[in-house]
Design a protein around this ligand. Sequence first.
Ligand code: YNC
Ligand code: MG
Length: 388
Amino acid sequence: RHKFWETQPVGQFKDIGDSSLTEGPIELPTPLSEVKQEPYNLPDHYEWVTCDINSEQMCEEVYNLLAHNYVEDDENMFRFKYSKEFLRWALQPPGYFRSWHIGVRVKSTKKMVAFITGIPARIRVRDEVVHMAEINFLCVHKKLRTKRLAPVMIKEVTRRVHLENMWQAAYTAGVILPTPIATCQYWHRSLNPKKLIDVGFSRLGARMTMSRTIKLYKLPESTITPGFRKMEIHDVPAVTRLIRTYLSRFAVAPDFDENDVEHWLLPKEDVIDSFLVESPETHEVTDFCSFYTLPSSILGHPSYSLLKAAYSFYNVSTVTPLLQLMNDALIVAKQKDYDVFNALDVMQNESFLRELKFGPGDGKLHYYLYNYRMRHALKPSELGLVLL
Ligand code: YNC
Ligand code: MG
């Protein structure tokens, strides 16, 4: 059934429930000299290109490929529209490898028609910190689909990850592949219900009018928690301590150091927003919340072309109840004119989703590890990892 994935070191469906298989790497590393030194062959007329995402022109080519060909919802009403600034942030964390930003061009016209990326990350799986690649932005131009280009892209990024002496990877996908380590669900909190209904993102509830709906989702003008403020550079050590302690409770989570926190969590306009609670008495940083900005194109609507969405990233509560902290996150997202606030049911998110009027989305997000077997699937609440 899965001609490609059956050949890969991933948990196979036939092995589900086999208790003789232990948790951990499926294949051992090979000496680097045995890693294939040349790129995989592409079909005639196509060529590999290593992308320099700092080049404005290259970044624009990638941005355009994704804006027209990347992930859509099941009804093809919306398509992710990652911004160029977001792509630069997502692809250049501490220690990134330019060689893991891989494009495919048509030789004659140089048009970019496919893309895949990896970034390095330390991911803890139970007690083990594993140096992995996080794979993302796999995209094949709509006109080149179902020609088995994706497996070549995946093998090539795998080869380049191996050349850096890394042997595991983490990735998410909307499709079911062998074999998810967890299956999560998106929840959506309307901030601009009228627009969301107008564009078909949500529907008016039964026995609801537009004005009752607007009232239902109304939020206070300003945040409620005393000491709630934007994160600043001098907060990096305190936020790192807070988040490390918090993430230690999950079965799978990133192992963030101060450099990672500075990169991933320090606010960057229209890319990543982060807030914390500094106790007015002790000046201790006790709570933290963050969301990233990922708009979607609204396809074929006469009056609206962009859906402005915030995505819950990492949140930590030790003193302020998580519910109150996330309510403040909703308030700032509303102030900043987002239409919707999205969150997965990972970590402790289930504790606030219903109460804060998030509704379940359709479609699932599956989490995967490459060359690392898990004995059982995890519950979403055991996952401490959010990929972009
Ligand atoms: C997918 N999303 O099952 P089998 S998520 C992985 N992730 O193989 P073809 C996928 N594999 O089943 P198409 C996949 N989607 O025969 C499909 N596949 O074994 C598998 N969409 O290839 C599929 N982006 O080229 C099948 O399919 C084989 O032309 C079929 O291309 C697929 O970024 C795709 O949703 C997704 O652009 C590129 O549909 C295309 O359809 C497309 O004939 C819209 O491929 C955008 C979209 C995916 C977003 C993402 C994570 C990707 C993870 C890739 C796996 C990484 C493994 C770890 C590598 C490093 C290892 C180390 C160390
Ligand atoms: Mg293809």
